[in-house]
Design a protein around this ligand. Structure first.
Ligand SMILES: [Zn+2]
Length: 306
């Protein structure tokens, strides 16, 4: 088992609002990972005095602890409990009904010797690699299936001259329209983990036999943009890059691509640089599949003298 993680703020002058963690509990062949992307609030208030990093650290910490210590609970149930626990920590001081209350996208996965379970909510990504190298991305595509008026607003932003007042106003209108669909009742929007535990029931979840999963790769959209925005390769190529050169190299390549297109002319995107987090867990082929034949033990050298 090998885990490689990287987290990097998009802007070195601002706190990283992503959260990444992994655990290899001592029992069995198991483990878990959690990656969150905190939603950056606009300047005009969230009803919370703590801020997004405070929120993601608590939500992510609670989710990892529940996923590893309460294996009898489904990941949806773990997420729902983690949301409730985090909300309870500031319900007496903050207005959790505020529509901009701190919130985050979620990817979590948990494995043992028999299976791999996963959960994805909003636009962070989980890529599962199978033993012969094919991959399966697990995506919550609701953010990419918004009603048509959102697409028209986005096109209008791109058609207006850069740095113009009109473009600024159109961008604000687009952002407000998207925000109105976040965690909105009615089912035509998209969902993030905020203060309402019921959202856990809307997450994309599933499981696979452990023998069919060789590696797991969790990414916030700031790292996934290597594929999704810059089109530098598909998910298979992205996973290959992380395995061969490390998670840090993926983020470095994203930064290079961002610097080459600072205004988003060739590759339109919300932020020039975004927080980027990567967790790569190489599970091997599973305990049952690979009981290797006994090899010669490696011994420590004998101590000399006394
Ligand atoms: Zn708060």
């Amino acid at each position: 088992m090998r885990i490689d993680m990287t987290g990097e703020a998009g802007d070195p002058g601002r706190p990283n609002e992503d959260y990444a963690s992994a655990a290899l509990p001592s029992a069995g062949e198991g483990g878990a990972l959690v990656v969150l992307d905190g939603v950056t609030p606009p300047q005009d208030g969230t009803g919370c005095t703590h801020g997004v990093p405070w929120f993601t650290a608590r939500l992510g910490g609670a989710l990892l602890e529940l996923a590893t210590s309460r294996r009898e609970l489904t990941l949806r149930r773990c997420l729902s409990e983690a949301i409730s626990r985090t909300a309870a920590e500031h319900s007496s001081t903050c207005d959790l009904s505020h529509r901009r209350t701190p919130q985050a996208t979620v990817v979590t996965a948990r494995w043992d010797e028999r299976s791999v379970e996963y959960l994805v909510l909003s636009d962070s990504v989980l890529v599962m690699e199978h033993p012969h190298g094919s991959v399966t991305p697990v995506l919550d595509s609701r953010l990419h299936q918004l009603p048509p008026h959102i697409g028209s607003l986005r096109r209008r932003v791109r058609e207006l001259p850069e740095d113009s007042a009109e473009r600024g106003a159109a961008r604000a209108e687009y952002a407000n329209a998207v925000e109105a669909l976040r965690n909105a009742p009615g089912g035509e929007g998209f969902y993030t983990a905020a203060a309402d535990p019921a959202v856990a029931s809307l997450a994309v979840t599933g499981s696979a036999p452990r023998a069919e999963v060789r590696a797991l790769l969790a990414l916030t959209d700031g790292a996934a943009r290597w594929s999704e925005v810059f089109r530098l390769g598909d998910w298979t190529a992205l996973l290959g890059l992380v395995r061969e050169e490390g998670s840090e190299a993926l983020v470095a390549r994203v930064r290079e691509a961002e610097r080459a297109d600072p205004h988003g002319a060739a590759h339109p995107r919300g932020k020039t640089h975004d927080d980027a987090s990567v967790v790569f867990a190489e599970l091997g082929t599973g305990a049952q599949a690979t009981r290797p034949t006994t090899r010669r033990p490696v011994r420590s050298p004998r101590p000399t003298g006394s």
